[in-house]
Design a protein around this ligand. Structure first.
Ligand code: NAD
Length: 499
């Protein structure tokens, strides 16, 4: 049972230096608004189960109005100089950093992640705004050497038009700015539908966007159940690009739903990252890296190292040290600075962790630590868990657990390094992979064999504003960040001009 807690609500506004960042209305066409008929959806704190507050449960009509308002606002926004858009964006990013602590508290309360991770996400989210504030002015830098006589040829990148974003709850701020900063810098308006679990981070971004001077209609946030809002975004022909981050299952559905309006689709979907470890890496470094790659955001990360392949020669010592480090991670409320792992987001996520552990153990895996909830903390917590001896017939080998369960798989030298590459590629996903070895021949070989959009070698963190983030196979379409990220929100126009 969830407790309706006015206490928590008071706590949030008391915790914030600027309580106006906690908004319980949607933001459409520069106005804060409720749903027609006053429908609302409750938002809960996953660490406590308490209701934080409500947000409007908007419908397809409200979404259509947001789209139409964006279309009206578009001509003035696209005709601004990119430097002018950049100035507004830079103010937006600066305001995020100025309010970093408050934004992190809001995120931790609605998402559950430890405050340090929330602060890190705010910095990361703001970095996209900062970067695209500059990149907008570099969109048109190509020209064509004519292949026909007496003419000049010009290729222009122009803003695609009204854009829409559908974002997940695991990175409530960064998944929005990675899309919105690129779209706005390209000269497009964007309507965001944030996950219903974490709308307050999105609404705080809208509040700061308003203060930064983003014109009405250029950045709207429509809250509510997904089907009506996202259904309208897909079916409405005025929306010319739709950018989605979330599961592969929902991504497939949105691709199908958008087929009738042939729009640009960018899809950042699931991942099932392999982490390949050779014996020439110092054990302590390898353990610290694998812990970070697996347990950040309580494992609810598309980049999480879900299959940890360890060379047989160091396998047992790695398992022992990794288990010890995992068992030492502290679960708790993210507002407590001592917390390493926050709660999971849903009961079904806890059930999936349990199912993956039980299935693996029944098929012969060894449970090294964890394996269940933590009764002291409440229903959404799951202990950091390590399974050794994981094999391809187990659910955890095939599916994203999206929780704090690590799967360790031994490998042998076999046929060069092709065996471990083949094992790592044996997945429908292809988002990120990690390789740990100091052997340059191996690095060359594996990085060319691995079917992944992003590969980190001897390090874990690989993301950031300038790089093309994205995956191959069922992990998605298109790239976010960097130059490619802004191009997703443009169309190419070719002009052939007689001399
Ligand atoms: P999800 O697909 O359930 O939800 C994502 C968004 O889609 C949410 O806003 C949700 O409300 C909405 N949605 C859900 N059902 C819908 C429907 N029927 N129609 C329209 N919209 C719908 O995913 P999630 O659980 O929020 O996020 C976890 C997934 O996201 C994982 O698979 C993870 O790997 C992936 N992810 C990918 C990236 C990336 O950049 N590749 C980043 C973060 C998360």
């Amino acid at each position: 049972m969830l407790a309706k807690s006015s206490d928590l609500l008071e706590n949030i506004t008391r915790l914030l230096r600027d309580p106006r960042l906690f908004r319980e209305q949607a933001y459409v066409n520069g106005r804060w608004c409720s749903a027609s008929g006053g429908a609302v959806a409750e938002v809960t704190n996953p660490a406590t189960g308490a209701v934080i507050g409500t947000v409007p449960d908007m419908d397809a009509d409200a979404t259509r109005q947001a789209i139409e308002a964006a279309a009206r606002a578009w001509p003035a926004w696209r005709s601004k100089l990119p430097q002018e858009r950049g100035r507004i964006l830079r103010r937006w990013g600066d305001l995020m950093l100025e309010h970093r602590k408050d934004l992190a508290i809001l995120m931790t309360v609605e998402q559950g992640k430890p405050l340090a991770e929330s602060r890190g996400e705010i910095d990361y989210a703001a970095s996209f705004i900062d970067w695209y504030a500059e990149e907008g002015r570099r969109l048109n830098v190509e020209s064509v050497t004519p292949h026909l006589p007496n003419c000049s040829m010009v290729v222009r990148r122009e803003p695609v038009g009204v854009t829409a974003a559908v974002t997940p709850w695991n990175f409530p701020s960064a998944m929005i700015t990675r899309k919105a900063a690129a779209a706005l810098a390209a000269g497009c308006p964007m309507i965001v539908r944030p996950a219903l679990e974490t709308p307050y981070s999105a609404l705080a971004l809208a509040e700061l966007g308003e203060r930064a001077g983003i014109p009405a209609g250029i950045f709207s946030v429509v809250t509510g159940q997904p089907e009506a809002i996202v259904g309208e975004m897909c079916a409405n022909p005025t929306v010319r690009a739709l950018s989605f981050t979330g599961s592969t299952a929902v991504g497939r559905r949105l691709l199908a739903q958008s087929a009738g309006t042939v729009k640009k689709m960018s899809m950042e979907l699931g991942g099932h990252a392999p982490f390949i470890l050779y014996p020439d890496v110092p054990l302590d470094n390898a353990v610290a890296a694998a812990i970070a790659a697996k347990f950040a955001t309580t494992g609810q990360d598309c980049l999480a190292a879900n299959r940890i392949y360890v060379h047989r020669r160091i396998h047992d010592s790695f398992v022992a040290a990794f288990t010890k480090a995992a068992a030492a991670l502290r679960c708790g409320n993210g507002l407590d600075e001592a917390t390493d792992l926050g709660p999971l987001m849903h009961r079904r996520a806890v059930a999936k962790c349990r199912e993956h552990v039980e299935d693996a153990v029944a098929k012969g895996a060894r449970l090294m630590t964890g394996g269940g909830g933590d009764p002291r903390l409440g229903g959404l917590f799951f202990q950091p868990t390590v399974l050794a001896g994981v094999t391809p017939d187990m659910l955890i080998y095939r599916e994203e657990t999206f929780g704090p369960v690590a799967a360790i798989i031994p490998f042998d030298d076999g046929d060069g390094d092709d065996d471990v590459a083949a094992m790592a590629n044996d997945s429908e996903y292809g988002l990120a992979a990690y390789v740990f070895t100091n052997d340059h021949r191996r690095i060359q070989h594996l990085t060319s064999r691995l079917d992944y959009g992003m590969i980190a070698v001897n390090r874990v963190k690989l993301t950031g504003a300038p790089i093309p983030f994205g995956g191959v196979k069922q992990s998605g379409l298109g790239r976010e960040g960097g130059r490619m990220g802004i191009e997703e929100f443009t169309e190419v126009k070719y002009l052939c001009l007689a001399a």
